[in-house]
Design a protein around this ligand. Structure first.
Ligand SMILES: *[C@@H]1O[C@H](CO)[C@@H](O)[C@H](O)[C@H]1NC(C)=O
Ligand SMILES: *[C@@H]1O[C@H](CO)[C@@H](O)[C@H](O)[C@H]1NC(C)=O
Length: 453
C-alpha cells in the first residue's frame, strides 16, 4: 500500500516525467518545459562545415549559399569566380572530392570549444546543399563516407564532445535541399505530396537522433512549406515522448513557415536575432564571427571578422534579455579552424574564466540595462540577491541608476580585480562606484553587487 502510494506520489509530482505524452500538434508540444541545461549553459558554438567549405567563397555574401547563388540567383560574383578558376563543365558536385578534411582532429576541436567556455556545440549534419556529414543511407554518393573525407565527421565530433563533460552535443539539420529532385517535385505539386519527407528528411532526422543522440536539434530550411508538409510535429512528439534523448533534447523554432518565432523549444526568430529587451520565452542569438558568412570564406579580410569587444557586447546584451548566445565558426575544407576564429574563441574563454559566474546559470534581472555614463547591462543570481553589472567602457567612476543598496553592508567587487570597491548611494536613486585605475579586467568589466535590490 505504502509503496504504491509513494510511487503514485512521485509520479504526480513528476507528472511530466512519468506520463509525458505530447501530441503531434503545437499546442501540446509548446507546453514542454525546456530542459534546464540549455539555459544554464548560455553559450554554444555553431559550426558550418560541408562541401561549401571547398569553394569557400562569397563576395560580401554567405559562403555556404554558394551553389544557390551560382545556379539560382545567377549571381555575377560566383559566375566570375567559377569562370576564372574552373574548367567550363565543372559541376558543384565536383567540389565534393576536394572536401578532404585531412587535418580534421575532433579532439582538438572539442578542446578548443571547451576552452572557449561554451556549454554546447552545434554542427551542421546537413546544410541546404543536401550533402550529409555522416554516412546516411538515404544520401547515396552525397555523404562524407562515400565522397570527400571518407569519414563520419558527425560521429567523430560526437565522441570527442561527449568526452568533455562540460559540453553538450547538438546537430543542425536543414529540412529542405535546394536541388533534391524529390523536393522539387513535392514543391511543384504545391506540397500536396510528401515523397521527399518520406524517403529523405524524416528517415535522416530519425537516423541522426538514434545514432548520435544529440541533445539539441537546430532545424532550418523550413520557410517554403508549412510544418504539416514537413511532418515536424510528429517527429518532435517522438523526440519528446520516446526518443533516446527525450529528457534532454532541446529544439528550436524552425519547423515550418508557420513556426518561426512562435512554436518549438526556444525561439531564434531570425539570424543574428538580438531584440535588446527582455523576452519572456527563451530565445537564442545565432551569430557569426565572419559578419557576412556562416561558412568559411577564403576571401574574407580581417575587418569582416567581429572584434572580441563586439562579440562580448553581443553575448552580454543577449543573456541580459533571457537569450542564449550561439557563436558560429566556419572550418576550412581540410578540417583546420582558421586562426582568427580560434583567437576569438580563446579570448571569449579567457574572459569567461574571470567572469563566468556572471554568465553561467544567471537569470535576467528586473532591469536589463541602465542609463549611465557607460553602457551597463545586468544579470542576477539567487533570486536577485546578487546582481552583476557589465560595463562596456572603463571610467574612473560609474553611476548606476537601477541598483539600490539594501543596507550599508552591501558590497561591490570587480570580478578578476579589486574586491570591495568604494561606493555611495545617490540621493536621487542608484549608486556611484569608484573604479580602480588598474585591473586585470579587459574588454568588458563585470561588477558584482551583493546586497542590492
Ligand atoms: C509522419 O509521421 C507519422 C508518425 O511517425 C507517420 O505515420 C507518417 O507516415 C509520416 N509521414 C511522412 C510523410 O513521413
Ligand atoms: C536599453 O537598451 C535598449 C536597446 O539597446 C535601448 O533602446 C534602451 O534605450 C536602453 N535603455 C536604457 C535605460 O538605457
Amino acid at each position: 500500500m505504502r509503496t504504491k502510494f509513494s510511487f503514485l506520489f512521485i509520479c504526480l509530482s513528476l507528472f511530466l516525467t512519468c506520463f509525458a505524452n505530447y501530441q503531434p500538434n503545437w499546442e501540446s508540444l509548446d507546453k514542454r518545459p525546456l530542459p534546464e541545461w540549455y539555459d544554464d549553459a548560455k553559450i554554444g558554438i555553431f559550426i558550418h562545415w560541408g562541401v561549401f567549405s571547398v569553394p569557400s567563397y562569397g563576395y560580401r555574401n554567405a559562403g555556404e549559399w554558394f551553389w544557390y547563388r551560382w545556379k539560382i540567383t545567377a549571381s555575377p560574383a560566383e559566375a566570375i569566380f567559377m569562370d576564372a578558376n574552373y574548367r567550363p563543365d565543372f559541376q558543384y558536385a565536383d567540389f565534393a572530392p576536394q572536401f578532404t578534411a585531412e587535418f580534421y582532429n575532433s579532439n582538438a576541436w572539442a578542446d578548443l570549444f571547451k576552452a572557449s567556455g561554451a556549454g554546447y556545440v552545434v554542427l551542421t549534419s546537413k546544410h541546404h546543399e543536401g550533402y550529409t556529414n555522416w554516412p546516411s543511407v538515404n544520401s547515396w554518393n552525397w555523404n562524407s563516407m562515400d565522397v570527400g573525407p571518407k569519414r563520419d565527421l558527425v560521429g567523430e565530433l560526437e565522441k570527442s564532445v561527449r568526452k568533455r563533460t562540460s559540453l553538450h552535443f547538438g546537430l543542425y539539420h536543414s529540412l529542405y535541399e535546394w536541388f533534391n529532385p524529390l523536393y522539387q517535385k513535392d514543391r511543384a505539386n504545391g506540397f500536396t505530396t510528401q515523397d521527399f519527407i518520406r524517403t529523405k528528411t524524416m528517415p535522416e532526422l530519425y537516423d541522426i537522433v538514434k545514432r548520435y543522440k544529440p541533445e539539441l536539434i537546430w532545424s532550418d530550411g523550413q520557410w517554403e512549406a508549412d510544418s504539416s508538409y514537413w511532418n515536424s510535429t510528429y517527429f518532435i512528439a517522438w523526440l519528446y515522448n520516446s526518443s533516446p534523448v527525450k529528457d534532454t533534447i532541446v529544439t528550436n523554432d524552425r519547423w515550418g513557415k508557420d513556426t518561426l518565432c512562435k512554436h518549438g523549444g526556444y525561439l531564434t526568430c531570425s539570424d543574428h536575432y538580438n531584440p535588446g529587451v527582455l523576452q519572456e520565452r527563451k530565445w537564442e542569438n545565432a551569430m557569426t564571427i565572419d559578419k557576412d558568412s556562416w561558412g568559411y570564406r577564403r576571401n574574407a579580410v580581417l575587418s569582416d571578422y567581429i572584434t572580441i569587444e563586439y562579440l562580448l557586447q553581443q553575448l552580454v546584451t543577449t543573456i541580459s534579455c533571457n537569450g542564449n548566445f550561439l557563436l558560429n565558426i566556419g572550418p576550412a575544407k581540410d578540417g583546420t579552424i582558421p586562426v582568427v576564429y580560434e583567437e576569438r574563441l580563446r579570448q571569449m574563454g579567457q574572459w569567461l574564466q574571470m567572469n563566468g559566474e556572471a554568465v553561467y546559470g544567471s537569470k535576467p534581472w528586473k532591469y536589463q540595462n541602465d542609463t549611465t555614463n557607460q553602457h551597463a547591462w545586468y544579470t542576477a543570481k539567487q533570486g536577485g540577491d546578487v546582481v552583476y553589472a557589465f560595463l562596456f567602457q572603463w571610467s574612473q567612476s560609474v553611476t548606476l541608476r537601477s541598483p539600490l543598496a539594501s543596507s550599508s553592508s552591501a558590497t561591490v567587487d570587480l570580478l578578476g580585480g579589486k574586491p570591495s570597491l568604494v561606493w555611495m548611494p545617490l540621493k536621487e536613486k542608484g549608486v556611484k562606484i569608484e573604479i580602480p585605475a588598474w585591473s586585470n579586467a579587459k574588454w568588458v568589466m563585470v561588477l558584482r553587487l551583493t546586497g542590492f535590490k
